[in-house]
Ligand binder design. Structure first.
Ligand code: NAD
Length: 280
């Protein structure tokens, strides 16, 4: 069995396949969102880094992105707040002129058994994970429709990537609000893709498995927890945020132009029913 903590990803030369494109990544000051924002910048896009707390950390991400020779700005906004989302897009348009790529990534968990779950816990998760994606996608689509294809920049009029989860298909006891939000993201994504495809707007999801970020720290921070987690991961390593970033760069690029309305699972085969690996 490979060493469980050997998760270093190979370094590779990144072609600037997103040169000239303008991207907005929500929840981009930590974890997956940060890696995606860096990945898009490294691929040549100008990047708006949305965050809702900790201005200093967002500024550090912006500085790191600027190191790739592209523009970057930090935009504070609660993605569950309609007015704040509108204001965020206006800030992006003022800085970049338009937007070509939205990565609707911001998300949170408020875990509880179903009979102990408060309405507040339910709403907090649905408001950010599902309504937040709707609010951001709506503003992006308005801009994509207004502007159309930017010749020489991308063959699509716009790309939306929804950050879903393996829990859009795997039920999750004790996390019904989270699983319901991601199941909702799946149908939101597919319905938007169907509606917007004739306008050359592509909408897809990424469904991460277990990725090493703050959201699931208890699942990987001790060797015992890590070993338990690996029972669910046939590939026998935790995912790194960069695994998701590479998928996002691909989906946002014209290399993925015929990919529309689908979910790319980036999960080390977690959705392949590992419990059946030894017969079942
Ligand atoms: P994370 O906690 O590091 O990132 C979530 C980010 O969203 C944080 O930066 C947080 O500040 C931001 N956020 C939360 N509420 C917000 C709001 N109202 N407005 C703006 N930003 C807000 O965790 P992560 O693992 O990087 O999660 C990113 C996304 O990936 C989430 O949608 C999560 O559901 C999804 N995901 C993560 C995993 C995993 O294993 N880490 C697996 C599947 C899906």
């Amino acid at each position: 069995m490979p060493a469980p903590h050997n998760t270093a990803l190979p370094s590779y030369a990144c072609p600037r396949i997103l040169a000239g494109q303008k991207a907005l990544v929500t929840g981009a000051s930590s974890g997956i969102g940060k890696a995606v924002a860096l990945g898009l910048g490294r691929a040549g896009a100008d990047v708006a880094v949305n965050y809702n707390t900790k201005d200093e950390i967002a500024r550090e991400v912006v500085e790191e992105i600027r190191g790739f020779g592209v523009q970057a700005i930090a935009v504070k906004a609660d993605v569950a707040d309609e007015d704040a989302v509108r204001a965020m897009f206006k800030t992006v348009f003022d800085a970049f002129g338009t937007v070509d790529i939205l990565v609707a990534n911001a998300g949170l968990q408020r875990d509880a058994k179903i009979d102990e779950m408060t309405l507040e816990q339910w709403k907090a998760v649905i408001d950010v994970n599902l309504t937040g994606q709707f609010l951001c996608a709506r503003e992006a689509v308005r801009e994509f429709k207004r502007r159309g294809v930017r010749e020489g920049v991308s063959v699509a009029a716009g790309k939306i990537i929804c950050m879903s989860s393996v829990h859009q298909v795997i039920p999750w006891a004790g996390h019904a609000n989270y699983a319901a939000s991601k199941g909702g993201v799946d149908m939101l994504m597919q319905s938007m893709a169907q509606e917007l495809a004739p306008l050359r707007i592509r909408v897809n999801s990424i469904a991460p498995g277990a990725i090493r970020t703050p959201i699931n720290r208890p699942a990987w921070e001790t060797p015992e927890a890590y070993a338990k987690l690996m029972e669910l991961v046939p590939y026998k390593r935790i995912g790194e945020p960069e695994d998701i970033a590479q998928a996002a760069v691909f989906l946002a690029s014209d290399m993925a132009d015929y990919i529309n309305g689908t979910t790319l699972f980036v999960d080390g085969a977690m959705t392949c029913y590992p419990g059946f690996a030894t017969g079942g």
